[in-house]
Design a protein around this ligand. Structure first.
Ligand code: GTP
Ligand code: MG
Length: 424
C-alpha cells in the first residue's frame, strides 16, 4: 500500500538525573561530593533510506518515544547516554511541525538526516556544582525533559517530469515505453492508483526521472475520483507533461479535457500551475486525431505540442529530446522558501523573553519552555536546589516582572502544577 502522509507525536528521551552523594571514607566523617551527572536522553532522528518508497512503516505508529538517559551515581559515576532512535523515511520526505506549521526538514538527498526532537541533557550531579564558596553542595539536578513535537511527514517524490492528465489517456503506456518501469495499463479509468517512477535514459547519455501519476478528473480538488492528493508528487518536478487523448477516443473533446485538468492543477497549488508545461497529444494512431489536433492548436497557438502514439511507440524520441533540452534550461527549483522553515521562527524569536506571566483565577501563572525546564530539573526535596531555583528566577527577572505587574507579598504564583507564595 502506498502511504504518503502521516501524523506522529515524537517524544525525545529525558536526561538522566544527576546524583547527590558524598565520599565515605574511614576517619572522614563527610568526604567531598561525588555524585555523577546523568546521561543524555535519546534524540529522535529521521533519516533517508533510499530503499523505502512509502511511509507505510510509520502508519500505525502514533507515538515514537526515546529512552531516558541513565541516572548518575555515587563515586563520580556518570549515567550512560540513551541510544538515539533512528526513523527511516523515503527520499523526498518533508517533516513539518504541526504546532507552527513550519518545516523542520526537507530530506531530499541520500544520507540526509535530521534530529526532529532533541533528547534532554543529563542533570548535573552535586560534584559538578562544587565551587570555592560551596565546596560540598547538597543538591543535584534532574535531567532535562526531551523535546516533544507533533509532526507531519509528507512524501513528495523526486522526479524531473510529471505526467498528468485524465484517466486512460495513456500516461502509464508512455512511461512503460520509455523506462524500465512496468506500470499496470488497462482500458478502464483509474488503473494507476499510486504514482510510478521511471528513469528515462536519453541518447546523449543523460537521464531523468519521470513520474506517472494517477488520473485526475473534474472536481479532483474536491475529492472526486482519486482526488488531487497525488499532485503533491508533481511539486518537485520541473516540467509537467500534460497528456491528452487527442483522438477523443472516449467521445470526449480534448480542448475541454485540457481545461478541466488545468483548472484542477491551478486550484491545487499556484506554484504547480506555473510549472513549464508540454502538451503530449496521444493516440495519433486513431481516427479523429488530426482534426482535434488542428482545433487544439488553433485554440492554443503558443503551446508546445508533441504528437505521439504511446502504444505504437511513435513520435516519442522527438518528445524525449525536447524534454532533455528543456531540463537543461530549467533550473532545479526549491520547493520551499527559507521563511517556511522552523529555523526561521527560531531566528525571529531569539530575543524573546524566556517566560510569560499571566493572571488566572487570582494566581500568577509563569510559563515558557525555559522556565518550565528549569522547574523540571529542580529537585524540590533538596533545600539547596530550591534556593538555587529561586536565585535563577530572580536572575531571569521574574521577581521584578511580577512586582511590575502588581503582585503583592503572599500572592500565589504557579509554574506547571506547583504553587508557591510570592515573597519579594
Ligand atoms: N490506440 C491507442 N491506445 C492507447 C495509446 N496509449 C494508450 N492507449 C490505451 O489506452 C488505455 C489506457 O492506457 P493507460 O496507459 O493505462 O492510461 P493512463 O493514462 O495511465 O490511465 P489511468 O492510470 O487510469 O489514469 C489502454 O487500453 C492503452 O492500451 C495509443 O497511443 N493509442
Ligand atoms: Mg495509468
Amino acid at each position: 500500500m502506498f502511504v504518503d502522509e502521516i501524523k506522529l507525536k515524537v517524544i525525545a528521551g529525558a536526561g538522566g538525573n544527576g546524583c547527590t552523594s558524598f565520599r565515605r571514607e574511614k576517619y572522614v566523617p563527610m568526604g567531598g561530593p561525588n555524585g555523577g551527572n546523568g546521561g543524555k536522553g535519546a534524540d529522535i532522528i529521521f533519516t533517508v533510506d533510499k530503499g523505502l518508497k512509502t511511509l507505510i512503516d510509520l502508519r500505525y505508529m502514533k507515538t515514537i518515544k526515546g529512552d531516558h538517559g541513565e541516572h548518575g551515581k555515587g563515586s563520580n559515576q556518570y549515567g550512560k547516554n540513551a541510544e538515539d532512535i533512528i526513523v527511516k523515511v523515503p527520499l523526498g520526505t518533508t517533516i513539518t511541525d504541526l504546532d507552527t506549521g513550519l518545516i523542520i526538514a526537507d530530506l531530499v538527498n541520500d544520507g540526509d538526516s535530521v534530529v526532529v526532537a532533541h533528547g534532554g541533557r543529563g542533570g548535573k550531579g552535586n560534584k559538578a556544582f562544587a565551587t570555592h564558596d560551596n565546596p560540598a553542595p547538597k543538591f543535584s539536578e534532574n535531567g532535562a525533559p526531551g523535546e516533544i513535537k507533533l509532526i507531519k511527514c509528507e512524501l513528495k517524490m523526486l522526479a524531473d517530469v510529471g505526467l498528468v492528465g485524465l484517466p486512460s489517456v495513456g500516461k502509464s503506456t508512455l512511461l512503460s515505453q520509455i523506462s524500465a518501469s512496468k506500470p499496470k495499463i488497462a482500458a478502464y479509468h483509474f488503473t494507476t492508483l499510486s504514482p510510478n517512477l521511471g528513469v528515462v535514459k536519453l541518447k546523449n547519455g543523460k537521464s531523468f526521472v519521470m513520474a506517472d501519476l494517477p488520473g485526475l478528473i473534474e472536481g479532483a480538488s474536491e475529492g472526486v475520483g482519486l482526488g488531487d492528493k497525488f499532485l503533491r508528487h508533481a511539486m518537485r518536478t520541473r516540467i509537467l507533461c500534460h497528456i491528452l487523448d487527442m483522438a477523443g477516443s472516449e467521445g470526449r473533446n480534448p480542448i475541454d479535457d485540457y481545461n478541466i485538468i488545468r483548472k484542477e492543477i491551478e486550484k491545487y497549488d499556484e506554484k504547480l500551475g506555473k510549472k513549464y508545461e508540454i502538451i503530449v497529444a496521444n493516440k495519433m494512431d486513431l481516427d479523429g486525431f488530426n482534426d482535434n489536433l488542428e482545433k487544439f492548436k488553433k485554440e492554443y497557438p503558443k503551446k508546445e505540442v508533441f504528437s505521439i502514439s504511446a502504444m505504437n511507440n511513435e513520435g516519442i524520441s522527438e518528445l524525449l529530446e525536447f524534454i532533455g533540452k528543456k531540463l537543461d534550461e530549467i533550473e532545479d527549483n526549491h520547493l520551499y522558501e527559507d521563511s517556511e522553515y522552523l529555523t526561521h521562527l527560531e531566528f525571529v524569536f531569539k530575543e524573546e523573553k524566556p517566560y510569560t506571566i499571566t493572571k488566572k483565577d487570582n494566581i500568577w501563572v509563569i510559563s515558557g519552555d525555559k522556565i518550565e525546564e528549569l522547574f523540571k530539573m529542580t529537585k524540590f526535596n533538596e533545600d539547596e536546589a530550591v534556593l538555587r531555583f529561586a536565585r535563577k528566577l530572580k536572575g531571569m527577572g521574574v521577581e521584578d516582572e511580577l512586582e511590575r505587574l502588581g503582585a503583592k507579598r503572599g500572592d500565589e504564583v504557579q509554574i506547571l502544577d506547583y504553587i508557591f507564595e510570592f515573597k519579594e
